[in-house]
Structure formats: C-alpha cells, structure tokens
Ligand binder design. Structure first.
Ligand code: MGD
Ligand code: MGD
Ligand code: SF4
Ligand code: MO
Length: 779
C-alpha cells in the first residue's frame, strides 16, 4: 500500500482534482478527488487516470543533452548553461532582439514556467512570442477585445444555469475543456426544461447527445451565422431593448444582414431552412450559453465566426447576462492586450501579421525563420513544454528550419520531436515533481484555483523548469546579482509566516541599482530559496502582481489575518496583501479553493468587465465589415470546391486516446488501433476502398500513409485523423505519422492567423500494389 495524496490533472483546462497513490516515488494509482472544488462530486476522465503514462515513462529525459553532429551527448548542467549563455550573448550582440523568440508553455501542461519564459523573451527585447494560443484562441480573443475591450479571460457559456447549452465545433463529451463536461451535457440533454444543441458536421460523441444537431457542412459556420442573424432580424426576433441599452454600433452592423441571401447560404451549409429557423427561434427566446472549440477556432474564417457568435449573443440579449455567455473572474494573465491597432508591436515581414494577447498566429513561426533579411531573421528559439514540430503547421519544413537555427534550446520532460531538432535539450520536471500551478481558474460565478504540491522527487538530473529558465537568464547576463541579505530577509519572513517581508527591501534594492524591471526575478530567487521551490516563488510573485481581478476575494468570505496593516492602508499595496493571503489559502488547499467571484448582474458585469470608456458592448468593427463582404453564397461556393483536392480532412481531432502529443507511450493505445483515417463508408465505397485498406492522403503541403476505417462518425466528404501520432520513442520508432505533415502555413485565418486545421483539402489514393506501409515509422 502506498500513500494517497491529493493533486490535480492538467491535461485539459478543467484541472480535475485527483487522488494519487504513491509508492517508491512512482504514481501507481489514480482516482478522482471527491472533495475537489474543480470537479465537484469527484470526476475525472480517462486522461486523468492515465497520468502515470506521461509522468512515468521510459522515454523521460534525465540529463542535459547537446547535439554534436547527428548525435546527442550528455553534458553537465554547468556546461549547458554556460554555452547557452555565451551563444545568446553572441547572437544578441550581432543581430539584436529580433533574432530571439520563445515558444510554450501550452494548454495541456502546467503553467508556472510561462512567466519566466515571457520574462526571458522580454529581457532579450523580443516580441516574438509563440504559444498554442496562436493555433486556437487568436480569433476568439481578438473578437472579445472588439466587443468588450478585453481579450482575456474568455467569454464562455455558463454551463449550469443556461436554458440551452450549445457545443459549437466542440467535441466536449470527449475533450472536456468544460468542467464536469459529461454531467453538464447529460443534464442539459435529459432535463425536459432544458436543451442541448451541437453544431458539428460529424456525428461526434457530443453530437449524439444533442436534442438538436445542426449538422452543417464543414467550413460553412460563417455563412450559417450570418444566415441565423439575418433570420432573427427579418422576423424582428432580436432583443432590441438589449441592443439599445447596452451596445453601440448595431445600426451599422445590422446592414450586414439586410438583403442577405439566406437560402443560398443555407444551401451551402446543408441546413434545411426549417431547422435554421427553429434554431434561430430557440436562440432568440431562451437563455443560451455556448462552448466554442477547434471546429470553429481551426475552421475557415475563424475570426469572422467568433465575431458573429459574439454578435449573435448580443442580438439575442445573451451576452454578459448571468445564465448566458459570461466572463469568469480571477484568471491569471496570459499576455498583454494587443491587436492590429496597438502601436509599437512587431509585424511579421511577409504577411504583416499582428499578435493577439501578445502571441503570433500559426504561420508566423515559420515566417520569422524564413526572413530573407539577415538582420531580422529569427535565429534563436527557446521552447519550453511545447512541441511545435508536431503541433504547428507543416511539420517537415519546420523541423528543417529548427535544425538551421543558430541556437535552439528545448526544455521538456521527453525527447519530443522538437527536442530532436535542438542544440540543447534540458530535462525538466512535471508539475508532480515540483510545485505546479495553472492559469485556468475558470468557472462562473466562482473561480477556483488549484495548485499541486510536489509529490515526487525528481530523479537523475531533472530540474524544475522555472529554475532552469532563471538560470538561463543569469547565464545570459540578463539578471543582476542578488545580495545575501535579501535571501536572509526572505527566509526569516517565510519562517515567521510573512511572505511579504521581502517586498519592500527587494523594491528598495532594485531601485538602488536602477533595475526596477528586475523586481520579479529578485523575488523569484530569494523566495525560491525561502519557499524551497522556484516554481512556488514564481507562481506566488505572479499571483500577487499579475493581472488577476481579486477584488471579489472578500466577497467569497476570506478572513484575512492583518499581518501588514500599514500595507493594507496603502491603496496601491492593499490588493497585493489580499492576493498574498489568498495565495496562502490556495497553497494550503489540496482540493483547490474558491478565490474570487460572486454572482453579479448584467449591469455589474458591464461595469466590471468592459474596458471601453463608454462601458458599452461594441458590436461593429471596420475590419470585420471589410472581410464579411466576402461571406456570400456566390463567393463561398467557389472557394468551397477544389478539384485538385476534393476530399476534406480534419487534421488532428483530439480523440479519446491521446492528449495532444503528451501521451507518448504507445501502450496508451494498445486496446484500439486509432491511427486511422475515419472515413464515411459511402465515400470509401465510392472510391473502391475497403475497411482497413492503406491509402495515401495528399494535401498541398505533404502526404502521409494511413489505413482507413469505415466510420459513420465522419460525414460525407470529410474524414478525420487524430492529432496524437508520429511521436518518436527513444528506440527511434514512431507510431503513425504526424498529421501536420498535411497542413500548410499559408492555410490560416485571414484576420488573426489561426490555422485552418479542421479544413484541409486533400486527395485520397489507394496505395499501389506491393507499396510498403507500416504503422511504425523509423527515423
Ligand atoms: N493539426 C493539428 N495541430 C494541432 C492541433 C490540432 O487539432 N490539429 N491542436 C492544437 C492545439 S489545440 C494545441 S493546445 C497544441 C498543443 O501544442 P504544444 O503545446 O506545442 O504541444 P503539446 O503537444 O501539448 O506538447 C507539450 C509538450 O510539453 C511536454 N511537457 C508536458 N509537461 C511538461 C512539463 O511539466 N514540463 C516540461 N518542460 N515539458 C512538459 C510534453 O512532453 C510535450 O512535448 O497543438 C495544436 N496543434
Ligand atoms: N481526449 C482529449 N481531450 C482533449 C485533448 C486531447 O488531445 N485529447 N486536448 C485538449 C485541448 S489542448 C483542446 S484545445 C481541446 C480541443 O477540444 P475540441 O475542439 O472539442 O476537439 P476536436 O476533436 O478538435 O473537436 C472539434 C469538433 O469540431 C467539429 N468540426 C470539424 N469541422 C467543423 C466545422 O467546420 N464547423 C463546426 N461547427 N464544427 C466542426 C469536429 O467534428 C469535432 O467534433 O481538447 C482538450 N481535451
Ligand atoms: S477532464 Fe481534463 S482535467 Fe479532468 S481528468 Fe480529464 S483531462 Fe484531466
Ligand atoms: Mo488546445
């Protein structure tokens, strides 16, 4: 019998509470934590239960590695850091800040290292920030910025209190990303007074639960949304009072729906007029909340679709009103507000792309490495807890370009495909081998924070990711010395139960040396030592200073010991004191704790959330106006057909069997052979393809070989391939091929640049007789 400890899962945004049994420094058993504040009643899906497969697998990295020729050799930490530091300084002196970029920390991992990674980029003076935000959230967060002046936290349907819950382009029954997803969907679908709707071309696990399945043709969401709003306006079903009282710009945007060819649009969408009207009627008469995901985010015209979903919410009075589409409190910041109007932000050289919330879209990483201007080219990339060689478009080109960089440093727990391209590979720890924390505090009205206390000892030379990054900054000469007396103050403070004791002396010190920009790193170092964990210090420092709306903490009933009455009376410092105390509560709550929130009203949400001076929801945008002109049935009909590549592929569905590229152990898949192209049997038969037959799938970017599976799940003309393959083990073989061999950097959304992974035109051909194929690929 081992020891049972409480922790949480980070394989999706839900962060379910888990209890794990630990024996000899290994996780041997996992079960849901019934006391968890995140997964009430005790919930966890099979990915949570499979925790030990990525935590504890034979391919984990144990030592720092350096590429020498085609080989990786083990080197010491000292050698790795000093060589990286020297090379960075050389590149910086010769080429300046545009030579540097950072990538990570992603969605299906723990987030503490995001902060020192951002800091490393900032200190190098670089704005080239990459993160899976550039794959999924550009469109949605840009649109949110247009509506309420904030790009983050996201607007999300309130799941439990809406009358109608909608999954739009989201296979939530499998992928979760919504707390207690299966329970939420089942309840909405079974309650006679409520309704569950899925908008999805496929008969997904989620769509099968729906009271109403809007089975549109892939890539037609924007046409459908425009048609739905046109139907609502034509019938006078809009919530005019809401529009008059709470929004500005409707007089202009309403023109988008006048004289719109609704029947032409619906024909392309494959949706009968009667069903569209019924859907529009439900939307106009019920309180609805929607969860949107990759079907839209990685679909065609993702930005226009996200914008129109927000507009649909405004037109039906279902925005910011409790029980509809709301904004949760208390998220930690992901990045700064940035859009096409933000001055001084860098644009990419070829496509003139701009960042959203500080991150650049899916094609931009490759673009930056391809800059023909020697002085502006991206030459050095730091990757932490991410695998862009598998997750970003055009894997093959990207891998070549990674290998051509002057310097590439990867911090990962496994020898990922990205790590295989690097000059230095540094062995990190998982959030179970160090303190772990997350940005996701989602939930409305209450935000719940969970952190993970260190449960396992890191073996071999694995080190805390955050400490690695602080050391890299030091090795690059980017941080000042920290005097011994500050370490002592921090330590004494912590011993006396006063984390804030370090604050004033640290502020004074950085002012003295004129390095005010270094307050956070000084706190990381001193408190890292005092708290016994760099990750904990990093999380704490960003928790107390970050963009976290904590005003509501009082309202959820925290009783604060008054350790620092003088700071509490200082209006600038009072929020820091509150947050520090809340951090203490979070740190002491293994099942998570509510940190902020209270059910407000529409009026209070408008007042608290909208950053525009007029405190109104803005429902018109010039750029949207320009691009929407193209969303007509005539223009779209042409673009929706492609004689060279007539069959559409959803490149990288997030299937039950995997979690992005995190579950590297093929044992995870042994009960089913999921490396298949799910194809509608009718399509397959028409092409003379048998169930299980191997085919070549070719897109304009590349081709892969894969067996087909007859599957009613997939709709006609549209096949699905999972995202989780082409991952090399230490034995040099990979199971299946990477789906991003098929995707191109040019196939991205026209406004914000999310890749159109859910719409990849392809050709399917049977392999020639005798042509080799194997589910295992070798290097
Ligand atoms: N074609 C296609 N491409 C896609 C998608 C798709 O649907 N189709 N989905 C996209 C989406 S939604 C996302 S979120 C991205 C994800 O893309 P990324 O964030 O780039 O990559 P992940 O596959 O999540 O891999 C995370 C990496 O972090 C490592 N890791 C895990 N935990 C830790 C840790 O604690 N410390 C360190 N140092 N490393 C750790 C894992 O070993 C793995 O290599 O992929 C995107 N790419
Ligand atoms: N099991 C599992 N769970 C996961 C992950 C995982 O890898 N595995 N990854 C996590 C991460 S990082 C993310 S981002 C989420 C992703 O979660 P989801 O977005 O739910 O995952 P997908 O499988 O991409 O589902 C997208 C849905 O959109 C539909 N779709 C495809 N094309 C279109 C279209 O043109 N229009 C519309 N309206 N729908 C379309 C697809 O049929 C599919 O049902 O999952 C998270 N949870
Ligand atoms: S729903 Fe998400 S957080 Fe919960 S166990 Fe599954 S993967 Fe982990
Ligand atoms: Mo994601």
């Amino acid at each position: 019998m081992g020891e049972w400890r409480k922790t949480s899962c980070y394989n999706c945004g839900v962060c379910c509470g888990l209890e794990v049994e630990i024996e000899d420094n290994h996780v041997v058993n996992v079960r849901p934590d019934p006391a968890s504040m995140r997964s009430l009643g005790g919930y966890c899906c099979r990915k949570g239960r499979a925790l030990k497969y990525f935590q504890d697998n034979k391919d984990r990295l144990d030592h720092p590695l350096k590429r020498v020729g085609d080989q990786f050799v083990e080197i010491s930490w000292d050698q790795a850091l000093s060589e990286i530091g020297a090379k960075v300084q050389e590149i910086k002196a010769q080429y300046g800040p545009k030579a540097f970029g950072t990538y990570g920390v992603g969605l299906a991992v723990d987030h503490v290292a995001l902060y020192p990674l951002l800091e490393l980029g900032n200190r190098l003076g670089s704005q080239w920030r990459f993160n899976p935000v550039g794959i999924e959230f550009m469109a949605a967060w840009w649109s949110n910025g247009k509506f309420i002046g904030r790009q983050f936290p996201p607007i999300e349907g309130e799941t439990s209190d809406c009358e109608v819950f909608i999954c739009w382009g989201a296979n939530t029954y499998v992928t979760h990303n919504v707390g207690n997803a299966r329970v939420v969907i089942r309840e909405a679908s079974q309650d006679p007074n409520r309704m569950f709707i899925a908008v999805d071309p496929c008969l997904s696990e989620t769509a099968r639960m729906a009271d109403m399945h809007i089975r549109l043709k892939p890539g037609t969401d924007t046409l459908l949304l425009r048609a739905l709003i046109a139907i609502i306006v034509d019938n006078g079903w809009q919530d005019q009072e809401f529009l008059d009282k709470y929004t500005v710009g409707w007089e202009q945007s309403k023109q988008w729906f006048a004289d719109y060819d609704v029947d032409g649009a619906l024909k392309l969408c494959g949706i009968p007029r009667k069903q569209a009207e019924e859907f529009a009627k439900v939307l106009s008469t019920k309180r609805w909340g929607v969860h949107v995901d990759l079907g839209v985010f990685c679909g065609r015209h993702s930005t226009l679709s996200c914008y129109l979903i927000n507009l649909l919410a405004a037109v039906t009075g279902c925005l910011l009103r409790p029980g509809t589409n709301v904004v949760a409190n208390g998220y930690l910041s992901w990045g700064p507000y940035t859009d096409e109007h933000t001055p001084d932000v860098w644009r990419t050289w070829k496509t003139n792309s701009f960042p959203v919330i500080g991150y650049y879209g899916g094609g931009c990483l490759q673009e930056c490495m391809e800059n023909p201007n020697e002085d502006e080219r991206l030459r050095c990339l730091f990757v932490v807890a991410g695998n862009p060689a598998r997750s970003w478009p055009d894997s093959q080109t990207l891998q070549k370009e990674f290998k051509n960089l002057d310097l590439m440093v990867v911090v990962d727990i496994a020898m990922s495909e990205t790590a295989r391209c690097a000059d230095y590979v540094l062995p990190g720890t998982t959030g179970y081998e160090r303190f772990g924390g997350t940005i996701f505090t989602g939930g409305y009205p209450y935000s719940t924070m969970t952190v993970k206390q260190q449960l396992l000892q890191p073996v071999a030379e694995r080190r805390d990711d955050t400490a690695i990054l602080v050391d890299i900054m030091d090795a690059c000469g980017l941080l000042p010395e920290v005097p011994q007396y500050l370490y002592e103050i921090a330590e004494k403070g912590v011993a006396a139960g006063d984390r804030l004791a370090i604050l004033e002396p640290a502020q004074k010190y950085v002012a003295e040396i004129h390095r005010e920009d270094c307050l956070l790193p000084v706190l990381y170092k001193t408190m890292g030592k005092a708290l016994g964990s760099m990750a904990k210090a990093v999380f704490w420092a960003n928790f107390i200073f970050g963009e976290l709306d904590m005003a509501n903490a009082m309202r959820v009933g925290y009783q604060f010991p008054h350790v620092h009455p003088e700071l509490e009376n200082d209006p600038d410092m009072a929020p820091v004191v509150i947050r520090d105390q809340v951090f203490g509560a979070v740190d002491a709550s293994p099942s998570g704790t509510v940190i902020a929130g209270a059910r407000g009203t529409l009026e209070s949400a408008m007042e608290d959330l909208i950053t525009f001076p007029d405190k109104k929801i803005h429902v018109y945008d010039e750029l949207v106006n320009e691009y929407l002109q193209d969303i007509t049935p005539e223009k779209e009909a042409e673009k929706l057909t492609n004689p060279d590549y007539p069959y559409l592929i959803s490149a990288g569905m997030h299937s039950e069997e995997g979690v992005n590229t995190v579950m590297r152990n093929p044992d995870t898949y042994r009960f089913r052979q999921p490396y298949v192209l799910r194809m509608n049997p009718k399509d397959a038969r028409e092409q003379g393809l048998a169930d299980g037959q191997w085919v070549r799938v070719t897109s304009r970017a590349g081709s892969i070989k894969i067996p087909i599976e007859y599957n009613q799940y997939s709709t006609e003309g549209y096949g699905l391939i999972s995202h989780h393959f082409g991952l090399y083990g230490n034995d040099g073989k990979a199971y299946g091929s990477a789906v991003n061999i098929l995707t191109s950097c040019e196939d991205v959304d026209e406004i914000t640049g999310d890749p159109t992974y859910r719409y990849v035109p392809c050709r399917i051909e049977a392999l020639k007789e005798g042509e080799s194929h194997d589910v295992w690929n070798y290097e």
